[in-house]
Design a protein. Sequence first.
Length: 340
Amino acid sequence: MCEDVSILAIESSCDETAAAVVKNGREVKSNIIFSQIELHKLYGGVVPEIASRKHIEKINQVIEQALGEAHMTLREVTAIAVTYGPGLVGPLLVGVSAAKALSFATGLPLIGVHHIEGHISANYIENRDLEPPFVCLVVSGGHTHLVVVWDYGEYEIIGRTRDDAAGEAFDKVARAIGLGYPGGPKIDRLSREGDPEAIRFPRAKVEGAAYDFSFSGLKSSVLNYLNSCEMKGEGVNRADVAASFQKAVIDVLTEHALGAVRDYGLAKFAIAGGVASNSALRRAFAEECAKRGIAFYHPSPLLCTDNAAMIGAAAYYEYKKGALSGMELNAVPNLRLGER
Ligand code: KG4
Ligand code: ZN
């Protein structure tokens, strides 16, 4: 019989200090997330230096809590995993240093994990039947990637954003209509009261690249709309703006992503990343996939936004392959998917 593999995973690439224990890649024994959102709200976005300092303050605490809730000691853990990129260098360094220190002190193997690989792997946790190959749309604050997952840890990026990430567009539009940070969940909520057909914002296509995305034109179009209302002295219905903007993003994402699923002849599709927790987006993909006979997978909202359980899930498959890291592991802020 195979021995169980329990991984203590650490995530600190942006503004969440997180630690989790995951058994055999799919069973979450604990998932502790300390969100710094309240701290950064004041500034309208993540302040890297403040994030790093808070990570230092919280990292040992979340690790101890993760082990405690899993009813495990470090001795019972099989390996230590940590996000080493992409992300903010200071915040990444805090997690990487903590993981290296633990690995050095205990002799446990160390596994460096790609943050986006973690987001994709969040799908394995609640969907025990999900196995590659499948197409995954990764939509977060920093990334918008369309990826074919050919096998565990084997990725082909077939589409990406040419400018803003989807989450970034949500955050910028939210700021423009006075909703504050973080914008995504606020637009999601306000959109429920608005008409998604009220304003026709553009759906951008990238010439010659059917799976690529561009959101900067959409963002500008929303800003122009707000400006022109102000110039004319007309009031703005913020809920209609939010719903119409959100619909434009979702239309583009569904069309490009499900076009790829069709073209690649794969019958499985998954979403990942913070924007994947958007309620209208989840509904749209569920409906479209059902119509087209595609099996649709999505993590629960808590596993869409940054967490360490997803890092533990990804690390399991790296561990199985023997892809371990050494003490030279360092933070790589612009690490590319598929690169080690
Ligand atoms: O994956 P994530 O937690 O961090 C990154 O790796 O970037 O994603 C954060 C992004 C933010 O831009 C946030 O506004 C967006 O995800 N987001 C949402 C929702 N929840 C978070 N966007 C739309 N609707 C949501 N419900
Ligand atoms: Zn993320």
